[in-house]
Design a protein around this ligand. Structure first.
Ligand code: GLC
Length: 731
């Protein structure tokens, strides 16, 4: 075995085993001459096992283990097994080991032990037993001798979890920023059958005065599920249709799946075939896999030519005014292969002649049909050197490479402009150019908690802009669950209501009058908070510090709380997660908090609550959240869609006992100008002294903000309120 080590960045040790596959996860250059040969990895024991390597790390009793991006289960990963192998599993029950993404980045430690982390850059299956077999041992099994481990640890000083995440992001790149309208509410549904139903949905939002920025188009818009086609009967004159909706402030976001239907005369299929851009079976023919359209070929996204081709295919949509896509089924998902379905047919034939064959045999066979692991060993990608590699060996990269292809399509066709890109499957590195949503959850209360845990874990992995289907994708949702989930959605960076066909409708007007009113007011609260959320999101991206964080990242490390989270630096969200509950327990760390219960965006009940554990009241009609002592939140009047009009008046709600400051941020929301410093800020400071508040506001930056006035609502120690306004000098 060849193992070498290099010291990189601030406190990262890179251990290289053999010759790793180049995944593009890491952007930080590594100087080849910095390597020295070594025999061991600091802090880990190594053993050879079945052609691969097993690493063991001892955990001390107080250690928490975080990370792994998108997984099922607790935020603290200890006590469970995980399998990082991307898969389309629509039933997210607690025992499941893998989901759609692979994020082999782990953080561990506590206040008592020096936190450390590691990232294993390896594109196929990694199995982790994190204190499941032995509570004090984490075992990581990698079935290969060719991979990189980046180990984050410091000697002589204590690292924080935030520092480790930042180092990881220096290594793998700054997070993706959606256009500002991505912070608006988004409506989706699998089964808007035609343009008329989409247009009716859009106009209903405006008629009811419910803000909304985007409507998704699921597979129903395609001609027979053929990717890059539009059913001209159901969606005639798509360009005019998209333009009409955009005028009214709606972006249309079509879905794109990877499987290309095998059908003579279908241009995408014919071109891909002619140019040899599909994955191959062992015998060199194009591999066949069934997905929504029936039998398809899978594009070979490992091949840069395929990626360019695919990015180019998006142009047709961009020319029609589309600025965002939603990429699905890219684990890749395979319903069956021709050989596997034939086995089923044979068994059915056998059963016809012999009814004694137990039904169980058929059931077992059907259960193994979708996404059978064997399929991924049966097809191959072309490597840049002209060789072939099985999908199994690079499995976790498929969705990420598909996403890169589409991102490049945007960058080439809309240089300098931000695009909206959501994908289901992911590997480390994807966070630089797209967002992910967490797939097919259910309308279960437990999945609200799963949503919160994934928001936090994905933010640690650099996916700052992310979210789950609000209301749950599968099964029927009760009005109460829908309302509570919407209230959580206010604090979910991606705020998308999506559901499966055949389930109860989820648009706000699908519910009774009272539930409808609450949902409308909840969505308006989200819009009112955009000046805060956007400022904090963009700061997080600049500073490489997660936008959504567990309390443990900001406060004393003893706080094991998984159902509350920091949303930027001033707000802590604590949604109600139980049915029939009119309140909940909260843990308020370290300082006092201003408890806000918002009935509407402009009608809140507030009280000051000291640190500690409290039961707080929160009836269904109110969205609960907390403002941290000595901090500020900026709001504006809600609009129908982001950018509908310039914001001229800010509302600043502050809870100040000593000093508070906030950096309000704004930019054009549509271009990459922010990367070159084209944005403006207002530095707002409030100092409390002797019952008075001294307010200072300083404008900075090349783009002048349009804000003319800030209306302050400043709460003091006993929730006493001081209202005042400040005019800003003309810019
Ligand atoms: C998958 C996606 C889901 C989508 C459906 C139909 O299940 O996860 O979001 O609605 O496919 O395209």
């Amino acid at each position: 075995m060849m193992l070498k080590k290099a010291q990189i960045l601030n406190f990262t040790k890179l251990y290289r085993f053999g010759q790793p596959f180049k995944t593009a996860a890491v952007v930080c250059p590594v100087d080849g001459s910095a390597f020295e040969p070594v025999n061991t990895i600091d802090g880990m024991a190594m053993a050879f096992r079945e052609g691969g390597i097993a690493l063991t790390i001892s955990l001390s009793p107080s250690d928490r283990v975080f990370g792994l991006g998108e997984t099922i289960g607790a935020l603290n990963k200890r006590g469970k097994k995980y399998r990082l192998y991307t898969t389309d599993d629509p039933v997210h029950t607690p025992g499941k080991e893998n989901l759609y993404g692979s994020h082999p980045f782990v953080l561990a430690g506590s206040a008592l032990t020096n936190p450390f982390g590691f990232f294993i850059d390896y594109p196929s299956e990694i199995c982790l037993d994190i204190g499941f077999t032995n509570h004090n041992v984490m075992e990581v099994a990698i079935p290969s001798m060719n991979f990189d481990i980046y180990f984050f640890s410091a000697t002589g000083r204590t690292l924080t979890f935030m520092e480790i995440v930042k180092e990881f992001l220096l290594l793998t790149g700054a997070p993706y920023c959606p256009p500002k309208w991505g912070f608006g509410y988004q409506q989706s549904r699998w089964s808007y059958p035609d343009a008329k139903s989409v247009a009716e949905t859009a106009s209903r939002f405006r008629k009811e005065g419910i803000p909304c920025d985007a409507i998704y188009m699921d597979i129903d818009y395609m001609d027979n599920f053929k990717v890059f086609t539009i059913d001209e009967v159901k969606f005639p004159d798509f360009q005019t249709f998209a333009g009409m909706l955009k005028k009214d402030g709606f972006r249309l976001i079509p879905i794109i799946d990877p499987g290309v239907k095998i059908e003579d005369g279908y241009g995408v299929y014919e071109e891909g075939r002619r140019r040899g851009l599909f994955c191959e079976a062992k015998d060199g023919s194009f591999f066949k896999a069934a997905v929504w359209p029936g039998l398809t070929h899978l594009p070979d996204f490992l091949n840069p030519e395929t990626r360019r081709w695919w990015g180019g295919l998006c142009t047709r949509f961009l020319d029609m005014g589309i600025e965002g896509f939603w990429l699905d089924m890219n684990e890749p998902s395979i319903f069956y292969t021709p050989a596997a379905i034939h086995e089923v047919f044979n068994l059915v034939d056998e059963m016809k002649g012999n009814p004694d064959i137990p039904k169980r045999r058929l059931q077992d066979m059907l259960n193994k049909l979708s996404n059978n692991r064997a399929y991924f060993r049966e097809f191959y990608h072309r490597t840049p050197s002209g060789g072939r590699v099985s999908n199994e060996e690079v499995h976790n990269l498929y969705g990420t490479l598909m996403t890169e292809a589409v991102a490049d399509g945007f960058i080439t066709n809309m240089p300098g402009r931000r695009y909206f890109l959501l994908t289901r499957s992911s590997y480390v590195g994807l966070h630089r150019y797209a967002a992910i949503w967490t797939g097919d959850n259910m309308s279960w209360w437990e999945h609200m908690l799963a949503h919160i845990r994934m928001l936090m874990s994905l933010n640690m992995a650099g996916v700052f802009y992310t979210g789950a289907d609000i209301g749950g994708f599968g099964s029927d949702v009760s009005p109460e669950l829908m309302i509570r989930w919407m209230q959580l959605g206010v604090f979910s960076p991606l705020f998308r209501n999506h559901s499966a066909f055949g389930t109860r409708r989820r648009e706000p007007w699908a519910f009774d009058g009272q539930a409808f009113d609450i949902m409308r007011d909840t969505i308006k609260l989200r819009y009112a908070l955009i000046p805060y959320a956007y400022s904090e999101f963009m700061r997080s991206v600049r500073e490489l510090s997660p936008f959504i964080r567990p309390l443990m990242f900001d406060f004393d490390c003893r706080f094991d709380v998984e159902d509350q989270f920091m949303y930027g630096s001033s707000i802590m969200a604590a949604p109600v997660l139980l049915p029939n509950a009119t309140g909940r327990y909260v843990l308020l760390p370290t300082v006092s908090w201003l408890y806000c219960r918002a009935l509407r965006h402009d009608k809140w009940a507030v009280s000051v609550i000291p640190q500690g554990v409290h039961y707080i009241d929160c009836p269904l009609c109110m969205t609960p959240f907390f403002i941290k002592e000595n901090s500020i939140v900026t709001l504006s009047e809600p609009v129908n869609y982001v950018g509908e009009r310039e914001i001229e008046v800010l509302r600043a709600v502050a809870f100040v006992t000593e000093t508070a400051s906030f950096t309000y941020y704004d930019d054009d929301g549509l271009t990459d100008g922010y990367k070159k410093g084209v944005y403006s800020t207002l530095q707002i400071n409030i100092v409390s002294s002797g019952g008075q508040y001294a307010i200072t506001i300083m404008a900075e930056g090349p783009r002048t903000t349009k804000i003319k006035r800030i209306d302050f609502e400043i709460y003091g120690r006993n929730a006493g309120l001081c209202r005042c306004s400040r005019q800003l000098p003309n810019q």
